[in-house]
Design a protein around this ligand. Structure first.
Ligand SMILES: [Zn+2]
Length: 129
């Protein structure tokens, strides 16, 4: 098979378990891109932003993000498991990052905001607060 992330060929043993699994990710990439839930608290004037992401030191391109988006369910489950009643839930993508002033305007009305992205985005806190 051809790995969708690194484009290398690999052999996967066929079994009933992976018969309908079309992930096509090699073992090396499964290890390299194993998602890990990370968490930061960003204090703001009247509350805080809880920032969740899965990849800390990896810069993902658009194609990789499309493939790894499936792991966002880890964050969705975390959001459901936490019964903290967030006032606002925001997905941080490149578009929002480029217009970070929008986040400042939106989150200023809430004391607790749940912010998440696939990879860690470098937030310039002085732009938000
Ligand atoms: Zn690979």
């Amino acid at each position: 098979m051809l790995c969708r992330l690194c484009s290398s060929f690999y052999i996967e043993e066929e079994s009933f378990e992976n018969l309908f699994n079309f992930d096509s990710i090699c073992e090396n990439c499964k290890i390299k891109y194993e998602p890990k839930l990370n968490f930061e608290i960003i204090p703001i004037d009247l509350g805080e932003i809880h920032y969740y992401y899965l990849y800390e030191n990896i810069k993902l391109n658009l194609s990789q993000s499309d493939i790894l988006d499936k792991y966002l369910d880890i964050i969705y489950r975390e959001l459901i498991n936490q019964k903290n009643n967030y006032g606002l839930v925001v997905f941080l993508d490149d578009n929002l990052l480029n217009n970070i002033i929008d986040l400042k305007i939106i989150s200023s009305n809430y004391t607790k905001t749940f912010l998440f992205s696939l990879e860690r985005k470098e937030l310039l806190y002085q732009d938000i607060f």
